[in-house]
Write a protein that binds this ligand. Structure first.
Ligand code: UDP
Length: 315
């Protein structure tokens, strides 16, 4: 059966990987929406020639009119890297999360479409429960520098569930943990892109703080698998569901890994830890395993190799 699928944030890291995957099914027509603030047309260059693919330059802060039926909406649009979403972009970030959610939910309501929200591990803030389970309500600083993103995404979740309760919209909510792989923006400022690009250029590797903070990194192909599985899951399952790789590493371990793979002689330098930077983060994925029959397959070592290959071509 043919389907029209709208993806916001479609030129970004996760969005472009999703466009590239979904277009492979000949039954799918893809409408990719992005303002290209952190995304890039380069990521979807090959798709622009495809007659089943349309790109619309649009900021979801504003309502969107589409003159055709839509079956599914993936709402991925939002800058996700701390340097990109904070500072003078902070108010824009909150608007993208909140106005963007309202505008896309209204579109879903008008079209009778199913809609998936890309929520985030950031809704747990500085977690006091470890690993994080979906029932944990989090520990977010509501007025810190990360709040624009964390609270914006929390508000978006509340909007999704209110639209479901009030208008009976079919919603799906995934909480995405740290993800990496091809199509990451080399200038994004995220830890994996920074470390790999620094190492490839022979520069010092910059660890923020003492490097004892932890993250759990999921390779993009695993993440795309589960996002699609979630969209296609049974109607009475809305989530929220954690998606990510539960293997946890300190940032120092990650730096050593990247050094070993690219150049063991590189120097590590230490910079101040950004404010409200979470100390630990790891998803409990019991729910995803049970409801979606999914768990990640690609190890950090394999994923880093593929990502290094990508950045080698890119820079
Ligand atoms: N980080 C680092 N060096 C960098 C970039 C980031 O040590 O060059 C740290 C950052 O402070 C955080 C972790 O790596 O503790 C993950 O940062 P990222 O921005 O990738 O994601 P997030 O903080 O949103 O999980």
């Amino acid at each position: 059966m043919s389907k029209t699928i709208l993806i916001t944030g479609g030129t970004g890291f996760i969005g472009s990987n999703l466009c590239n995957r979904l277009i492979k099914d000949k039954n799918n027509r893809i409408i990719c929406v992005d303002n290209n603030y952190t995304g890039s047309l380069e990521n979807i260059k090959k798709l622009l020639q495809n007659e089943r693919f349309t790109f619309i330059e649009h900021d979801i802060i504003n309502p969107l009119t589409i003159n055709e039926d839509i079956d599914e909406i993936y709402n991925l649009a939002c800058p996700a890297s701390p340097p990109a979403y904070q500072g003078d972009k902070a108010i824009f970030t909150t608007k993208t999360c909140v106005y963007g959610a309202i505008n896309m939910l209204e579109l879903a309501r008008e079209k009778g479409a199913k809609i998936l929200q890309s929520s985030t591990s950031e809704i747990y803030g500085e977690p006091l429960v470890h690993p994080q389970v979906e029932t944990y309500r989090g520990n977010v600083n509501p007025n810190g520098v990360r709040a624009c993103y964390d609270e914006g995404k929390r508000c978006a979740e509340s909007l999704f569930f209110d639209y479901k309760r009030i208008y009976n919209i079919k919603i799906k909510v995934v909480r995405i943990f740290n993800t990496y792989g091809p199509n990451m923006n080399p200038n994004d400022g995220r830890v994996i892109s920074n470390f790999i690009c620094q190492a490839l250029k022979g520069k010092d590797i910059t660890i923020y703080g003492d490097g004892s903070q932890t993250r759990s990194f999921c390779y993009i192909d695993d993440l795309i698998d589960v996002i699609i599985k979630m969209m296609e899951s049974k109607n009475d399952f809305s989530g929220p569901v954690n998606i990510g790789n539960p293997e946890e590493f300190t940032i120092s371990e990650l730096a050593e890994f990247v050094k070993e793979k690219i150049n063991p002689n590189l120097k590590i330098i230490y910079k101040p830890l950004p404010s409200d930077d979470p100390t630990q983060r790891r998803p409990d994925i019991t729910l995803a395993k049970k409801e979606l029959n999914w768990e990640p397959k690609i190890t950090l070592s394999e994923g880093l190799d593929k990502t290094i290959e990508y950045f080698l071509q890119k820079i």
